[in-house]
Design a protein around this ligand. Sequence first.
Ligand code: UYC
Length: 228
Amino acid sequence: TSVNLADLESQLKTASEKNQLQLIEQIAGTGEAGLIILKQFLQARQNGPVNFIDGKIYQLLLKTDSPGIADFLRNAYPNGLVSLQSVRGIDYSQVQELLAKQDYQEADRVSMQKLCELAGPKAMERKWLYFTDIDKFPLEDLKTLDQLWQVYSEGKFGLSVQREIWLGVGKNWDKLWPKIGWKSGNTWTRYPGEFTWDLTAPRGHLPLSNQLRGVRVIEKLLTHPAWG
Ligand code: UYC
């Protein structure tokens, strides 16, 4: 009822982020009236920094077929929520579009492609990174990619999330892999079918980096000056 909705709306304003996520889903579940409340809530946050609360609402609003809401999104966020900073003129809009619609598998693939683009023509041709490529990565570009992943994953995914978990296990790779769902016992999780391509995945599960050639690439990514 409308009384309940007003109640949820006022709770949304002061709740912790964790509770906000839950309230947002509840409000969206009430239909058109709820979506308008979420739209206004998002609008009121437009001058603040973008975080995963904005991302959650944006993702829910994107899925609706209300023309008014679709128009609002197109006008207010013509290029998506996250401002796509790149020092090398790399276009991350495809990553943003894929993450906004929760196509995490394709977003993962395109993110790796963009990192190869950032590394230069040789990496683009070979389709994987040398660990030495990563020293030259600009902070802004890695931060943009990390923000995209975080904003559209309730804060679960992204390189800086993986870094935090890795530091939490004392930089021990053998402890990291099972924690982020990349290994179970002695068995590596197989690409692509065995990975979890939605938010039921463990924290830090995405983006992937292939360990076929060793840990040096991910180590460089997780120790990059962008994170500290
Ligand atoms: N794969 O197992 N992976 C590939 C992962 C390993 C292998 C791609 C991640 C272990 C082969 C991505 C894990 C291993 C290919 C990932 C994982 C292995 C491949 C596509 C858990 C064997 C074919 C992009 C750590 C024991 C390609 C790319 C090739 C592909 C990701 C095998 C994203 C996170 C040690 C044979 N795996 N990978 O890099 O290069 O090709 O031959 O990590």
